[in-house]
Unconditional design. Structure first.
Length: 287
């Protein structure tokens, strides 16, 4: 079959976006992986699927597949691309929409300057629900957060890193580093992603503080590898920084692919993510 798609990005986190309202989509994990492959397919960090909603009150259903072919719960940069896509394709004439995801309902809004703001919902802070297995571990209290020691095996040596664990619908482990440019993202990212304490694997965030309202961030994403930006990773890092008493909302986040902004008023409150969403090209592929 021929599949129509749109290539988009949000701060360099890139997507293949597919209208599954006007096309029939029923792909295997191998087919999703092929679409995401930069040599044998189109190439993207995630494939985003636009469907009719199944929940009353929602405008759309949003499904997300990582480039390894696995379906996941949430994608923040993708949510902004999703909102721009449904507007540009005339699938809605509303600038604020309600979108059903595997992890609950999120609410993107198109801004007058072309950026998109998303109500990403409240973060989940109970380690068991992230999910993170804290059994037998002693956490270190800092502000309202608890830092958990993760032991990593590095070429025969053991190294312990302290992480905050946060779910934005998907799991994140965020650590503070002195300098993101020299942080061992490629080396320790995969070890954190596959650490046995995270039964569903995890996205590994590396956060550098610049001041109380400004950070730099790199994220080694579950099912992808390092991306140029990660929206949910950005939300998780800022939530962790605010809970640790290191940051004040709103916070500007510099990712390698662009700039995002996060506002969070504290526990039980939604996280607001603002940033760019850009259409790159339209295409068609035989699948
Ligand atoms: N790029 C995303 C996150 C996509 C999903 C993630 N890799 C996972 O497996 O949870 C974002 O912008 O949030």
């Amino acid at each position: 079959m021929k599949l129509k798609f749109t290539k988009m990005h949000g701060a360099g986190n890139d997507f293949v976006v597919i209208d599954a309202i006007n096309q029939r989509i029923d792909f295997t994990p191998e087919q999703w992986k092929r679409l995401g492959d930069r040599r044998f397919g189109i190439g993207a960090d995630q494939m985003l699927v636009v469907e009719k909603p199944t929940r009353p009150g929602c405008d759309f259903r949003y499904r997300i597949f990582n480039s390894d072919g696995g379906e996941v719960e949430q994608c923040g940069n993708g949510a902004r691309a999703f909102a721009k896509f449904v507007s540009e394709k005339g699938l809605t004439d509303r600038s604020s929409i309600s979108v059903e995801t595997m992890a609950g309902v999120i609410a993107p809004r198109l801004e007058a300057d072309g950026s998109v703001t998303v109500d990403m919902g409240a973060p989940v802070l109970d380690p068991a629900l992230v999910p993170f297995d804290a059994e037998g571990l002693r956490g270190v209290a800092e502000g309202r957060d608890v830092l958990w020691p993760l032991t990593l095996e590095l070429a025969g040596d053991k190294e312990t890193v302290l992480v905050s664990v946060v779910s934005m619908g998907n799991p994140h482990a965020v650590q503070l580093v002195a300098d993101v440019d020299s942080a061992p993202v490629e080396l320790t990212g995969p070890l954190i992603e596959h650490h046995p304490r995270f039964p569903r694997r995890v996205n590994a965030g590396f956060m550098q503080l610049l001041d109380r309202k400004h950070i730099r961030l790199r994220v080694f994403e579950r099912g992808v590898g390092e991306t140029l930006a990660c929206g949910t990773g950005t939300c998780a890092a800022v939530v962790a920084g605010i809970r640790r008493g290191l940051l004040d909302s709103p916070v500007r986040v510099d990712a390698r692919g662009g700039q995002l902004s996060i506002a969070w008023e504290g526990e039980g409150q939604p996280v607001w993510l603002t940033g760019p969403a850009v259409t790159v090209f339209e295409g068609e592929i035989e699948i």
